[in-house]
Design a protein around this ligand. Sequence first.
Ligand code: ASP
Ligand code: MG
Length: 439
Amino acid sequence: MKVMKFGGTSVGKPERMHSIAELITKESEPAIVVLSALSGTTNALVEISKNLAENERNVAKQNIDKLEQHYETFIEGLLKTPEANKKAHLAIGEHFEFLNIILKISFSEALNKDILAQGELMSTKLFSAYLDEAGIGHALLPALDFMQIDAHEEPQIGNIKVKLSQLVAQHKDKKIFITQGYICRNSKGEVDNLKRGGSDYSASLIAGAINASVCEIWTDISGMHNNDPRVVKKTVAIDQLSFDEAAELAYFGAKILHPASIWPAQHYNIPVRLLNTMEPEAKGTLITEEAGSVGVKAVAAKDGIVAIKIKSSRMLLAYGFLRKIFEVFEKYRTSIDMITTSEVAVSLTIDSKDNLEDILQELEPFGTVEVDENQTIVSIVGNEIVQTPEVMKLLFDSISNIPVRMVSYGGSKHNISLLIPGEFKTLTLQVLNKGLFGL
Ligand code: ASP
Ligand code: MG
């Protein structure tokens, strides 16, 4: 059994849904097909939720109506027969009825999660309606019946395994199973989600749970590229990555894959393939335990980084200083990405400003605190690059004109990270593209 996950753009147009139906019916192996919401839907739902939280009910209503219109048009393009059309309108209608009821009741965090879940619930229903119309046998497995997280938002893999195999076993005659990415139940049994972009994570968890032969992530680009195609002109797809390399790239900004989606695949040793729905023959990127080759594979950038420097002479020859500093970040559940130290100062970065004020206040007693916002982490990722002197030379030659604020080297064998002011991101990615890849 394999897992095939299709992202928002792969289901975002009726003709795209038609082509993914073609793709999955070509498969000889049974498949669990994980779908995202139609592109733009989750953003629209976030907006509606925000309107409601701010008590802007009129604006929320307008946004709900706009979204409904989009689905009405979508159905017209998706289905041919009047019966199928009618069924789909009714099915989608229920979700808009729900959103319209929510308009009238008071907003809560639990409701917010319910609103956000509507996208995947609708995309899977529409796809299932299309498969029905085309006479393609399949079963719809509700993710809310098996995907579960605990009180720390960690997936309960044991439970997922048991429940999912029970569900699959109920449909012995079927080869195609459709389910929702992103959505799950939390420890209280409420509807919840795996965070934005979380459908990849769903796919990988499902792949681990059923011991899939492969976890295919279908998007609109042919695999992971060596650099950000939105920033530099020429990029190439990477043939092969190790799980470690892929995790570093996903975490440090490569948008194609949700960072958390690597560990389940790695833990259960399931190969992951990144493929392109628009170009299904393209090889894409294979991610396994093997790196394939040595050397630099890719660079990625993560924006919106805050750098914090704590300078104190008390740090000199002292022990326990770093622990006290880290405790402040732990208290505010804020993870630290990069860190460098000297004898009298420590610089570190965080990627969220959520608790910045509180954190800074608590750091004050430890020394002079300096903050730089709008920084970018540029990561250079590749198998064993840290042990390759030529890479170092090429890297530092390329960035000689970039005002690098921090360097992280040796934390892992596969990653060298630079912190630069955000406005230098484009230039940095360009010079690295030339210097490291000759592109
Ligand atoms: N629909 C969700 C989002 O847009 C989950 C996903 O697509 O992966 O974040
Ligand atoms: Mg995605």
